[in-house]
Design a protein around this ligand. Structure first.
Ligand code: ZN
Length: 136
């Protein structure tokens, strides 16, 4: 049911500056990059084995991520666990009295479905559940 860590997301003030560690010093390749004006964020994905480090750079202080950065500073934002059946996993969360942020899965353009688990229920870490499109 749980497949792997899909990605670990890190909130950064400046993508280029952050890459001086992740890319230049550590030597990770930069995979996909994404400008997401809707979410007011620039994203760089750096593959690590079958998982990825996802660097999130908010480009507006008004966005949810921008506010999070202003309040909490840079650092770990969320960890994403890939599952084969997101509805079943969410039902399992509810059965264990785990608080979800999303009551129903949301969908990305590529068909990936996701939902967040509230940090109150996870020892303080925002957890994202992911079901990739071709896994049904
Ligand atoms: Zn994520």
């Amino acid at each position: 049911m749980i497949k792997q860590i899909n990605h670990v997301a890190i909130l950064v003030e400046n993508l280029d500056q952050s890459l001086t560690f992740w890319r230049d010093a550590l030597g990770l390749p930069v995979g996909k990059t994404e400008n997401n004006p809707g979410e007011n964020v620039n994203i760089a994905f750096l593959p690590v084995g079958d998982s990825e480090i996802e660097l999130l750079e908010p480009i507006s202080t008004d966005s949810a991520l921008g506010k999070f950065l202003a309040k909490r500073g840079q650092g770990m934002h969320h960890i994403c666990v890939e599952v084969d059946d997101i509805e079943a996993t969410m039902q399992q969360m509810v059965a264990h009295d785990i608080q979800m942020i999303n009551d129903t899965p949301k969908a990305r353009e590529d068909g990936t479905r996701y939902a967040f688990v509230h940090p109150k229920s996870t020892s303080g870490v925002l957890v994202e559940l992911y079901e990739l499109p071709n896994d049904a």
